[in-house]
Structure formats: C-alpha cells, structure tokens
Design a protein. Structure first.
Length: 133
C-alpha cells in the first residue's frame, strides 16, 4: 500500500476543490502552517461575498481535511505514521486503508467522538437532586 501516494492524491483533490471555491492566493501557502488558512476566509469574503454563505461549512470541512492530510504526510516523514496520537498504539492497517489521514485508533476516535457529542448535547437543565424538601 503506497500510503504517501494516496495521501498526496487526496490532498491534490481537496486543494483543487478549495481552489474552485476561491481564495487561491491563500492556497498557494497551503503547505505552510495552518495559520495561513485564517486568511483564506478573509480573502474570500472580499472576493465572493455572496458565495461565502454556501461554501463556508464545506470549506471548513475541506480545510480540516487538508490539515489532517498534511499532518499525516508530516508524520509519514517523521516515521510516526500509523501510530495513534492519543494512546501511541498502532492503528489497524484496515483503518488506515479506509482513512489514510486518520491519526487515532478506533478506540480513541470513539472516545473523542463521544466526548464531542457530550459537549454538543450538554443539557441546559439544572442538576438533579434539587428536589429535597
Ligand atoms: Zn488510541
């Protein structure tokens, strides 16, 4: 499995889609640090104000994906690819084949997602136990 090729292909595709959405100048900085992406939004705001509404959520996702893929390529260069960033266990090869840019094992992903969901669904209600007379 040539994971590097796969990641680079994915990266090219995602970058291509981002480029179609505008902000190509900022995209030239793509392989730099993630901070550059903050400017992409500002550039787009000026260039395509009305398209922003539609593209914003999608672009956020694509930018996130680009960051994940570039991180995976970095990890590949460092020889850390395929190791879970959370628990340092090996990530299952089948998982890497399905999601080459993944950085966590199934167990950690599961835990993180559950934590995320809990935050999202945080109840507004008052803590139980106020019913004492
Ligand atoms: Zn893990």
């Amino acid at each position: 499995m040539d994971i590097r090729k796969r990641l680079e292909t994915d990266l090219k595709e995602v970058v291509g889609r981002l480029r179609q959405m505008g902000g190509s100048a900022a995209l030239e900085e793509l392989l730099g640090p993630g901070e550059h992406w903050a400017y992409a939004d500002e550039v787009d705001e000026i260039q395509a104000n009305e398209r922003r509404e539609i593209g914003f959520a999608t672009r956020e996702l694509l930018v996130e994906r680009v960051n994940r893929i570039t991180a995976a390529l970095d990890r590949l260069n460092d020889g850390e690819y395929g190791t879970c960033v959370e628990c340092s266990e090996k990530i299952a090869p089948a998982r890497l084949r399905a999601l080459p840019e993944v950085q966590t094992c199934v167990r950690c992903q599961d835990r993180l997602e559950r934590r995320g969901r809990q935050l999202e669904l945080e109840p507004v209600e008052v803590e139980a136990g106020v019913d004492d007379d």
